[in-house]
Write a protein that binds this ligand. Structure first.
Ligand code: C2E
Ligand code: MG
Ligand code: MG
Length: 837
């Protein structure tokens, strides 16, 4: 064959020669009443093949493919156009079979080092019956028909139709006008809020490109982004969008808005045509915006090709301080494996999940499981495409921390965001200082109880649909921030109210049936503990709750508390407890309900002045625990006695003998001991249960003790008086503070029974001297009966002695008085006795 007519490598006709040959073939077929078709072949991945196996092998591949074409079409009906592109002409009839056969053969086209290497081939087909055009144009159209499948990794074919031409025309328009569109700002940024599920405030915004063209009108990303991606020009748009975003951030900050993180989207070719990491970093740093305020969104499809390279680029972004988000998670195949290998800061679930959600239960399970997995990996989550309240509720239940979708807001330009703010109908922005707090409470999957049982020994974490709720409490309000469907139903059933996400003032709740719960909630918040508590429900039954404080908002000081309803007891059972409790003592502060067979118990604590029990703690080994607790909570002196008497056997013995078991001891609070009275009875209806009430009897006991002390003293002094005969009266004075007690031994003194107390003996003495001491002795009496004189005499002689006349019932009575210093219970006391002489 003439060398100017053939391809040097494959020996096939070259393009020019083929034009003539194909035209002849077409005419020949027409004469046989047959339609012709042009096929365009693209060996996909030829460059990669060359890189991997070398040009030598690449040439072998091209020659083999040429041989295949000759086999199928004959050596005058095909050509090599150039590079890895080939063309062929054939009759339309049977074309499908021919193509399938040919693709089948491509699977084993070449062997490298004994191994078969599969080659991907894309075929575009032009049928002349579409329009009778020249061979040249038919070849162009067959090539165009290849475009829609050009990026596919699999072999395949596609027929030309008119829309392909139109698409091509549009494609050309986009590419030709890109620079102008950027210059003239035809390309502009729309922002879509990403809303924090728990607070329903905007925590991020995604920047999305729009092309508003003077000729073509409004173009959405789908119209121009794939074209620019393919043409490897998209980096221009992406960097331009970034610049616009940075401008907008500074503008919003100047208006006094919080600086909200902005997400930008990147395409695969951004990484191929420039060092996009470097380019982005340069622009952000010179703008003064912190790097952590920009989120880089990368779709999982980008990662598919050349994974290692992309992993490196993502690591670079992360090391530089950017957040890297995986966009459209779940839209491809490799998702799970990718997550394992790259630590994304956030996973954005593809919109298709939302579309599936309404279709059945499986979609819910899958999404809930994926969310659980993300949470386990410590990765934040967003779900795109939420359009209904039901979808939003579900996402909140399963712990999706952020939500994006038309339900909240479509993408809008910045002017519209401002306009909405001015009109007061824009969703508020989140204070970035609260972000961590919100993230924590948002991430909990309310279908997953393990969150409340973390590190809790022996707690069954296999319940899956317990009513669960997250409250946020502040000084003056409580908000049901997140709850699952079961809690919603629980609340509606028992309180007859539909739950709202709005904060409710504490005052309002305190007037209603939820008062005791709120008190407990606040206790949990204050103490930061895990609590098991019982909450009275309006119908008299009791909800047994588990409560745990999770986080405190550093800005608002609001605390987030997670609560789960573990069981609900019916009203009847509750009644028994309550009645018994009241019967036991009206002022108990603790009540134990003990199962004598198992030693298991429930502890109730009454809250402040409330006439009801509300705190509940479950436990086992009651008697052993009580004795152990005694070591830490009881006043030291009372511990031994308590441990001795507080055994099951002893308690039951006493109950058998007297009907109750009573024991008084001291507890210590803030270092101060106080008396409590423990009283135990057996339940009459069911002997298996012991009810033990503990009440505070500090005041009574102290009064009794004082009384006993005084009686004791009186005994001593009256004995003294009896022994020494005629004491009229004895004073016991405390020299520290001059207080005194007077014991009277004579009816003349009109005994008050026990005693007469006074605050200041010496002052009272001086005062009383005015009327009680006879006039002639009065001055001398007053001079000598000062504390100084008395103490001086005692110091000198061991005793103070005086004698004088008193006026008793208008009679002058001579009195002898002696005073000594004595020790009473380890303290100094002046003992002064008065006697008739
Ligand atoms: P994407 O990054 O996944 O962006 C989310 C897309 O979902 C946006 O479409 C948004 O308008 C849409 N969307 C959000 N909520 C809803 C909803 O509730 N219902 C429905 N039906 N759609 C919702 P958009 O703006 O058309 O963007 C499409 C895609 O184009 C983006 O998907 C992104 O991959 C790409 N893209 C957009 N702007 C840029 C850009 O500046 N650079 C690059 N490289 N790609 C961009
Ligand atoms: Mg995106
Ligand atoms: Mg997306």
């Amino acid at each position: 064959m003439d060398v100017t007519l053939v391809d040097y490598l494959t020996g096939l006709p070259n393009m020019n020669y083929f034009m003539g040959l194909a035209s002849e073939k077409k005419d020949k077929l027409a004469k046989q009443q047959e339609n012709a078709a042009i096929l365009f072949f693209d060996l996909y991945g030829m460059r990669k093949f060359n890189n991997e196996y070398g040009f030598e092998q690449g040439n072998v591949l091209l020659k083999s493919f040429a041989g295949l074409l000759i086999n199928f079409f004959g050596n005058t009906n095909c050509c090599r156009i150039g590079g890895d592109d080939f063309a062929a002409i054939t009759e339309e009839d049977g074309i499908e079979n021919k193509i399938q056969n040919l693709l089948e053969n491509c699977k084993a086209l070449v062997k490298v080092e004994g191994q078969i290497v599969e080659v991907t081939v894309h075929i575009g087909v032009y049928l002349f019956k579409t329009e009778d055009v020249g061979i040249n144009l038919a070849c162009d159209r067959a090539k165009l028909a290849c475009a829609p499948i050009r990026q596919s990794n699999e072999s395949g074919h596609n027929y030309y139709d008119i829309t392909i031409s139109q698409a091509n025309e549009k494609r050309q328009y986009i590419i030709d006008n890109l620079d102008k569109a950027l210059e003239e700002h035809w390309i502009t940024v729309y922002y879509q809020p990403i809303v924090r599920a728990v607070s329903r405030r905007v925590c991020d915004e995604e920047a999305l490109a729009r092309w508003i063209d003077p000729v073509k009108g409004f173009l959405s990303p789908a119209d121009f982004i794939p074209i620019l991606e393919e043409a490897k020009l998209i980096y221009k748009v992406d960097l331009y969008i970034l610049e616009q975003v940075l401008e907008k951030m500074k503008f919003m900050a100047s208006k006094g808005f919080y600086m909200i993180s902005q997400s930008i989207n990147l395409s695969r070719s951004d990484f191929e045509v420039c060092d996009i990491v470097e380019e982005i970093c340069k622009r952000i740093d010179s703008s003064g915006v912190p790097r952590n305020k920009i989120n880089i969104e990368i779709t999982e499809s980008i990662l598919g090709q050349d994974f290692e390279f992309m992993k490196l680029q993502i690591d670079r972004f992360k090391k530089l301080g950017f957040s890297v988000w995986m966009d459209d998670f779940g839209s491809g195949y490799s998702s799970l494996d990718v997550l394992h290998q790259i630590q994304f800061d956030l996973i954005k679930f593809d919109m298709s999940f939302m579309r599936q959600l309404d279709k059945g239960k499986n979609a819910k399970i899958i999404l809930a499981e994926l969310m659980r997995m993300a949470s386990a990996l410590g990765v934040d989550t967003v779900c795109e495409g939420a359009e209904t309240e039901e979808q939003v509720q579900f996402l909140m239940e399963i712990g999706c921390s952020k939500i994006q979708g038309y339900y909240f807001q479509k993408p809008i330009p910045v002017e519209q965001i401002l306009e909405k703010y001015e009109k007061g109908n824009q969703i508020g922005f989140e204070n970035p200082d609260e972000a961590h707090y919100c993230e924590t409470i948002g991430r909990i999957n309310l279908h997953d109880l393990s969150v409340i049982s973390q590190n809790e020994d022996g707690f069954n974490s296999f319940f899956s649909t317990l009513p669960m709720v997250i409250f946020e409490t502040s000084e003056d309000s409580v908000k049901f921030t997140r709850y699952n469907q079961s809690y919603h139903e629980f609340f509606e059933r028992y309180y007859g109210i539909s739950l709202q996400n709005e904060a409710v003032p504490i005052q309002t709740i305190m007037q209603g049936p939820g008062a005791s719960f709120i008190l407990v909630l606040r206790q949990a918040t204050k103490e930061g503990k895990r609590l098991f508590i019982d909450v009275n429900l309006p119908d008299g039954s009791v909800a047994h709750y588990f409560i745990r404080k999770m986080e405190e908002n550093p800005v608002t000081k609001t605390s987030a508390v997670v609560a789960a309803v573990l069981s609900i007891k019916d009203a009847e059972q509750r009644e028994i407890y309550a009645n018994l409790a009241r019967a036991l003592a009206s002022d108990y502060f603790s009540l134990y309900y003990v199962n004598l067979e198992t030693d298991e118990f429930i502890e109730y604590k009454s809250i402040a002045s409330k006439e009801e029990l509300s705190t509940e703690r479950h436990g086992d080994e009651f008697f052993r625990r009580a004795r152990l607790d005694a070591l830490t909570h009881l006043y030291e002196e009372d511990v031994d006695a308590f441990i001795k008497v507080f055994t099951k056997e002893n308690i039951l013995k006493q109950i058998e003998e007297t009907g109750t078991f009573v024991h008084v001891y001291r507890l210590v609070k803030f270092g101060i001991p106080y008396y409590v009275n423990m009283k135990a009875v057996q339940m009459t209806t069911n002997k298996k249960y012991l009810i033990i009430g503990v009440s505070n009897v500090d005041a009574q006991v102290k009064e009794q003790k004082l009384l006993a002390q005084v009686r004791q003293n009186q005994l001593v002094y009256s004995r003294l008086m009896a022994l020494s005969g005629d004491y009229l009266c004895i004073y016991v004075i405390n020299p520290e503070d001059n207080s005194y007690i007077e014991f009277q031994g004579s009816t003349n003194f009109d005994s008050l029974g026990i005693s007469k107390n006074g605050k200041d003996f010496f002052e009272d003495t001086q005062k009383n001297a005015e009327h009680a001491v006879a006039e002639e002795d009065r001055e001398e009496f007053k001079r000598r009966h000062t504390k100084e004189c008395i103490m001086k005499d005692i110091e000198k002689d061991g005793v103070f002695i005086s004698s004088h006349h008193l006026l008793i019932n208008n009679e002058r009575v001579k009195i002898s008085l002696r005073c000594v210093l004595a020790q009473e219970n380890g303290e100094n006391r002046l003992i002064m006795g008065m006697r008739k002489v």
